[in-house]
Write a protein that binds this ligand. Structure first.
Ligand code: PPE
Length: 305
């Protein structure tokens, strides 16, 4: 999806003009994929842009860095504030936000220990990731021929730039085959997640979602949806799911910051009921929650001023 430039990008402590946020071609992370990033959304609220679970996203950025052995030269509080400043500098009522920490220019070779760590935060307007009608019409999914990487190969708990080689291979394969999105199985053949979303299946009124141990990212939308569902008295469990569970699901949906809640219409051309009642109820509630319209979850919406 094309990027619409905004005014400023935060780079290493300063807000610089969009076109000046450049890096050298020999930047370490560009070569070896050892970067960590986040995808966050700010939504329009009646008190200005509200960043959904900003602190939790920045905490995950630090956990990803910890897994890579990368020391981010800022505190969590500093990056929370920097994100708010960047959003405020764009003047947009809502936007997508991309913080990234990466090993910088000056060293080459696989040893990251001597590398500098640079941090940037950019934001721009970004529409619905899987289409405007993904909650109502649903998306067509394909089980990928690519296997989700394993904990001892590329740690899926860390949101690293390199991990997305696996996701991009699966995404492009699915798109070229005429589907909207791919589902990745782990080495054991169980469902891990999608290329950029966690997955839920509904069966007998209960929701099941694969855990981190299956090779899924610890999704913040997944966590939000679990709390929202439980508050609606819908039972949710973390559990193993096979491709057959998807083929016979009562409902299925994908969740992620970019994709929000997107219904699944079919998996490998097996149609499933779409959008189901649980998917619709959760998707509609999520849309209100992220905009600060539900009192119970107001703390999740972090205002910029
Ligand atoms: N799994 C993967 C692999 C993933 O990339 C995401 C987010 C999720 C699960 C859901 O995580 P969360 O956003 O915390 O609920 N994918 C981000 C980036 C997608 C992209 O760059 O493209 C996103 O949704 O922002």
């Amino acid at each position: 999806m094309p990027i619409t430039p905004t005014e400023k990008i935060w780079m290493n402590g300063e807000l610089v003009p969009w076109d000046e946020a450049r890096i050298h071609v020999l930047t370490h992370t560009l070569h070896y994929g050892m970067g960590v990033f986040e995808g966050i959304r700010a939504y329009e609220t009646d008190q200005g842009p509200g960043v959904f679970r900003l602190t939790d996203h920045i905490k995950r950025l630090f956990r990803s860095a910890q897994i890579l052995g990368m020391e981010i030269p800022y505190s969590e509080e500093e990056l929370v504030q920097a994100t708010k400043d960047t959003v405020a500098a764009t003047g947009l009522p809502g936007c997508y936000i991309r913080p990234i920490a990466y090993f910088g220019y000056g060293e080459m070779g696989l040893n990251t220990l001597p590398c500098s760590v640079d941090v940037a935060i950019a934001c721009w307007p970004w529409g619905a990731y899987l289409g405007d009608d993904a909650l109502t019409k649903g998306v067509r999914m394909k089980i990928s021929s690519w296997t989700r990487h394993d904990h001892n190969i590329m740690p899926p708990a860390a949101k690293t730039t390199g991990n997305y080689v696996n996701s991009s291979l699966a995404k492009v394969e699915a798109l070229k085959a005429g589907y909207d999105e791919a589902i990745l199985l782990n080495k054991a053949g169980l469902i891990a997640e999608c290329t950029g979303e966690n997955l839920f299946v509904a069966r007998g009124g209960k929701l099941i979602t694969p855990p981190l141990s299956a090779g899924a990212l610890e999704g913040i939308t997944q966590d939000s949806v679990i709390q929202i569902a439980r508050d609606m008295d819908v039972e949710v469990v973390f559990g193993d799911l096979t491709r057959s569970d998807l083929y016979v699901a009562d409902e299925a949906f994908l969740v992620g910051t970019a994709a929000e809640v997107s219904a699944v219409r079919s998996v490998d051309d097996r149609e499933i009921p779409c959008p189901g009642p649980i998917t619709t109820a959760i998707g509609e509630e999520y849309a209100r929650v992220v905009r600060g319209q539900v009192d119970r979850y107001k703390d999740w919406v972090e205002l910029c001023s």
